[in-house]
Design a protein around this ligand. Structure first.
Ligand SMILES: [Fe+2]
Length: 185
């Protein structure tokens, strides 16, 4: 079984695909075309669930272990827990803004597009920092048994979109992601 650092890398790759998909839809919307709202809702629903239920708590748990093993490296990573809280709040604001657009509430197209682009950029920057600083430090400082213990502490992981045995609610999004990855490998 892959270790949890591998799982976190894979989550980042998955989330990066979703951010790309969100950006494509946003570009359509910005051009005055009709985006695929089912896809957007799938992305938002996933974004409100898996990262906060599993991915961020797992990273927080890895960071706690890193603080014990290599405090200096952990210090260089900084306050991930606060970033995760802020990201959760930003995801909720983004979800609410998408809901307003879907309800055709009076929303300024430009301000929606600006906030959505900002949200996507922020998520990417956060993951980029984790990939560049946090995960390499954790891989260096933590032993296999550290990682196994963190994993045991966290309990069972279920990814409703990217796991083999996934729920039906993400069927449309999953098909689209597969189509897109065939078009642009
Ligand atoms: Fe992350």
């Amino acid at each position: 079984m892959a270790d949890i650092i591998e799982t976190i890398h894979q989550d980042h790759a998955n989330l990066a695909k979703l951010l790309d998909a969100a950006e494509r839809q946003l570009t359509l919307f910005d051009a005055g075309e009709r985006p695929d709202y089912e896809i957007i809702q799938g992305i938002v629903e996933y974004g409100l669930n898996y990262p906060d239920l599993y991915h961020h708590p797992m990273e927080d748990a890895i960071l706690r272990r890193l603080r014990a093993r290599d405090p200096a490296a952990a210090k260089a990573v900084g306050d991930l827990e606060s970033e995760h809280k802020a990201l959760k709040a930003a995801t909720q604001r983004f979800a609410a803004a998408v809901e307003d657009v879907l309800q055709e509430t009076e929303v300024s197209r430009d301000s929606f597009v600006a906030m959505a682009r900002d949200f996507i950029a922020r998520y990417r920057a956060h993951m980029g920092k984790e990939e560049e600083v946090f995960l390499p430090a954790a891989a260096r400082a933590l032993s296999a048994s550290d990682l196994a213990e963190v994993e045991a502490e966290m309990g069972r992981r279920e990814d409703p979109l990217f796991d083999a045995d996934t729920s039906e609610r993400f069927e449309a999004l999953r098909k689209k992601l597969m189509e897109w990855s065939r078009e642009s490998p």
